[in-house]
Design a protein around this ligand. Sequence first.
Ligand code: PFF
Length: 460
Amino acid sequence: MSDKEKSTETKREGFSTTLGVLAATLGSAVGLGNIWKFPSLTGQNGGAAFVFVYLICVLLIGLPVMISEFIIGRRAGANNVGAFKKLEPSPTKPWYMTGVVGVAAAFLIMFFYTDVAGWVYSYAFKSLTGGFSQVGATETADVFAKYVGSVAGPLVWQWIVLATISVIIIAGVTKGIERMTKTLLPILLVLLLICDIRALTLPGAFAGVEYLFRPDFTKITAGVVLAALGLAFFKLSVGMGTMTTYGSYIGKKENMPANAVKVALSDTLVSILAGLAVFPAVFAFGFQPDAGPSLLFITIPAVFKTMPFGQLFLTMFFVLASIAATGAMISLLEVPVAYLTEEKRWSRMTATLVSAGTMGVIGSLATLSTSTLSDTLVFGKTFFDLFDFASSNIALPVGGILICLFVGWKLGPKVIMDEASNAGALNNVVFLKVFTVLVRYVAPLAILAVLLNGLGIITF
Ligand code: PFF
């Protein structure tokens, strides 16, 4: 190995253990998507039928895209743009634009994600400082409406969120975060289970379980399928290069396909558990399941308010939700930072501050969408909804198609076999054959069809 290679090796931090790989990738996947987006989208799109379509999207599309990103990242050992440049150096074949679209998508997501993370942080703070002690179970809707309808509070919290993740990224304490996630994810799971038990034992809870598990297939429309696909991308953190970036930190001996399967399954389980905590309570308290993004912030406090030590559990829940959100946001911020430091040679500090600053300035448009800018619509949507829709339902699927085509056709079956079986060391030939068919044909065609259909460009 040359000196130059050695110095890049030492500069690039990698995940040290198999558990570390799982914790980091699952830490990116598990976030507000599970406890906030999954229940609210399920509620808005008709319940179980949406969950059914979502599961198909995860298995047939999300999982293959995740494995593809791991393959690109680990094979190249570089950031999201550099990886494509390394694997396709020809300037006449601009595959690296896939990486550029991914970096743009990371910004789009962060514009609204930091807003919702701000709500979660503020709820954690409020419950920590006893601010919820006087709030009754039926008053949580008013409390939330008042909070998001104000201007200063949500903006300040969004900047606190950005400052927090910037400090972590600048310090480069990925290992600290990894270790923290490893300890805290199980605690989040335990708390979710407690919440589930409480919600499921409320009188009238069963209506919520039925809503989540008994599908009414007449509710499936083109828009519902597009929303489920968008959620699958968002949930698994794929379609934009987070898993490519993380893939570049995965050791050559790790079993990447197995890790991807574990992440997809565990992440889906967390979403279902979140749904089981929310919907039974929604029905028990007579809330509307289609309340949208506000669902979590109204029902979860209401549920906790009805149980012994509720204040304590409420605090713990939102603290842990803050941590889950932070783990996901760090992986999002890492995408532009890795790109700017490796490709543009910016310092980590400058790259982080410029990226986070941009996220804060444009992201404030999303934050003000629930107050002063609530009537300002672009393409019929508030800024918040526009950033959300454009990232999950357009940028990530488009990125997903390009990633599938790159791995399935440009790299091709031989490279897939070699990279994803660790040069034949893993016994997963059949799995990889199925994966190859999915990534070459099924996933890109399905994504394209859903995308064009969902956007109304073609109708079936
Ligand atoms: N998967 C995260 C969640 O569900 O909250 C969100 C996310 C993180 C999306 C990282 C995309 C990403 F690259």
